[in-house]
Design a protein around this ligand. Structure first.
Ligand code: G4P
Length: 543
């Protein structure tokens, strides 16, 4: 008798486990203009979540029309806010998180990346790897996030595919495994060869069709291909031979560890190559996994609910003055009206109006499972990094705050509006839009950011949402470090001694973490060597 016949059959998965295993939660990342919005829209279209292409952009436009603070986004043509979309495809539930592409908003993006299990990287085939892609990839790599790569705009004159592949490998430090390969490009773009299904999908420009009416030619050695695509086909065949000799085979473990990326070619605006990506997301991207908390690791199929707030957005709709905490479910099942504990504060929460984000619409949500993103409207009870449970004292780790690289002083233009300024900064700080520092000596608040644009957004939002004009002026500092001291080294006493001794350059951030602010790197180095027991951190993980 074979082993298979004697081994006991594994027990059937529980209803909860079934729900978890059909979840795929991923972020879509790219340098601005590579085609992220277009591809997002096409993924929604192919999954059946929307019927007409154009609604993502249209919705973007209508948001601009109704939302005052988004005016900045309109003016600059960049996406300031990240958004969440859920769709069903085959038997899977896909949660897609958009990320702001502009580098000034990278902090927000980094935090979004902590909430996903995989990422889809969109590359403009003409421009190759661009700076913002590189930065985002570093974060994914640090977390071993599996990445799928979509090379977009093959309908244009672009770089040779072999060069692109080489560039991605070199620049991003990953092995690339092509799943499809282009035949020609630009005016003579013939389509893509599917190296796994051994067939060619013929390109036809146009937005009005779905992939299922694409022409498919079976067999990559089919004489029809050489006849129809001539020199382009010969070149592609030669390239594929080279690639097959040189590139390793797809290795699931390497992919899941974020070291190998499957690569697809296509043209999002022409709905071309989108289906392959969507299918691969379902087939290759992992379901929700175990997430580390300080106390223990939390499995997605555990019965009790837990989740972590990775993003807060206030006043998404100015007519309602709402503030939504985006929470990634880590385990168990969320049901509307259930009692939840905010572990940091011990406060109880009974959210009745939790929202989910179905293909761009906000809807009331009844239940959610690991991998899902839910939005909880609240008035400040929830902060970035907060863990919610059914009662267990758990604190998830890993939500990063980066030491700001730019600083400004902020004062109110009209002294009667001081209260509004404080309230506004408190909220914007909690939201992660900016970091706010209270100096130990002195009363003028300071703002810290990783990008100049953050200051402009904050000034704009203070004026339009909180009714106070802020005076933002230059500040001498340029480097920040959070400071801590281990108990073995004297802990609190040593830290207090440090804070007193450096009070002219010390401040407290939004969660009262002591922060050293200095002007120059040599100054920091001198302080570091004078205070060997103190630890200086460029990154603070919410804990
Ligand atoms: P982003 O979110 O990454 O910033 O990029 P987005 O999708 O907005 O696309 C940027 C531009 O690239 C858009 O043109 C879009 O139409 C175009 N684009 C996207 N995919 C393809 C493709 O496969 N081929 C070609 N040729 N172009 C593509 P735009 O002129 O800036 O905007 P629009 O007026 O077309 O909307």
């Amino acid at each position: 008798m074979s082993d298979a016949a004697t081994a006991p059959a594994p027990p059937p998965p529980s209803p909860l486990a079934k729900e978890v295993r059909r979840r795929r939660t991923f972020a879509i990342i790219s340098h601005p203009d590579a085609g992220k919005t277009t591809l997002t829209e096409k993924l929604l279209l192919f999954s059946g979540a929307i019927q007409i292409a154009g609604s993502v952009k249209a919705r973007k436009a209508s948001r601009h029309a109704t939302s005052d603070w988004m005016e900045i986004e309109k003016q600059r043509g960049i996406s300031v806010a990240s958004s969440v979309m859920q769709m069903e495809y085959r038997d899977c539930v896909i949660n897609l998180l958009d990320t702001p592409g502009h580098q000034d908003f990278s902090e927000d993006t980094y935090r979004v990346l902590t909430a996903v299990d995989a990422a889809l990287m969109v590359i403009d085939a003409a421009n190759g790897v661009e700076p913002q892609t590189r930065r985002l990839l570093q974060v994914c790599r640090a977390r071993n996030t599996p990445i799928l790569t979509f090379v977009n705009k093959m309908d244009r004159e672009v770089q040779e595919p072999l060069n692109l592949m080489d560039e991605i490998e070199r620049e991003l430090g990953m092995t690339v495994v092509p799943f499809t390969w282009p035949v020609g490009m630009g005016k003579v773009f013939g389509g893509v060869m599917d190296l796994r299904k051994n067939q060619m999908r013929v390109f036809k420009p146009g937005e009005d069709r779905a992939n299922d009416n694409d022409e498919i030619i079976d067999g990559l050695d089919n004489p029809l291909l050489a006849e129809r695509f001539g020199a382009q086909f010969d070149q592609a065949s030669g390239e594929i031979e080279l690639v097959r000799d040189a590139a390793p085979a797809f290795d699931e473990a390497e992919f899941l560890a974020g070291r190998q990326t499957p690569m697809f070619f296509g043209s999002a605006v022409n709905n071309f190559g989108v289906q392959e990506v969507l299918d691969s997301l379902v087939d290759l991207a992992p379901p929700p996994g175990v997430r580390p908390a300080i106390q223990r690791e939390v499995g997605p199929e555990e019965g009790k609910f837990s989740g972590v707030v990775f993003k807060i957005q206030a006043n998404m709709d100015p007519s309602h003055r709402d503030r939504i905490a985006f929470l990634r479910v880590a385990s168990g099942k969320f049901t509307r009206g259930m009692r939840l504990k905010v572990v940091r504060s011990g406060k109880e929460l009974r959210p009745n109006t939790v929202v989910t984000f179905m293909s761009q619409r906000r809807e009331l949500l009844d239940e959610a499972f690991a991998g899902d993103i839910i939005g909880i409207p609240n008035h400040g009870v929830l902060q970035l990094g907060d863990t919610l449970t059914e009662g267990e004292a758990l604190q998830f780790t890993g939500l990063p705050f980066f030491a700001p690289e730019m600083f400004r002083m902020v004062e109110v233009a009209d002294p009667l509006k001081t209260k509004q300024l404080k309230a506004g900064l408190q909220q914007l700080g909690e939201e992660g839009a900016i970091q706010v520092f209270k100096p130990v000596a002195g009363s003028v608040l300071m703002l810290g950011a990783v990008g100049q644009l953050q200051f402009e957004v904050v000034a704009h939002r203070l004026e339009h949402e909180y009714g106070c004009k802020a005076r933002i002026s230059p500040c001498r500092f340029s480097i920040a470090r959070w400071v801590t001291c281990d108990d073995a080294d004297g802990g609190e006493r040593e830290l207090n001694r440090f804070i007193e001794g450096n009070s002219h350059r010390m401040a407290y951030d939004a969660v009262n973490a002591p922060t050293l602010l200095v002007e120059y790197a040599p100054e920091l180095r001198a302080i570091e060597s004078n205070w060997p027991k103190i630890k200086f951190h460029a990154l603070r993980e919410h804990a």
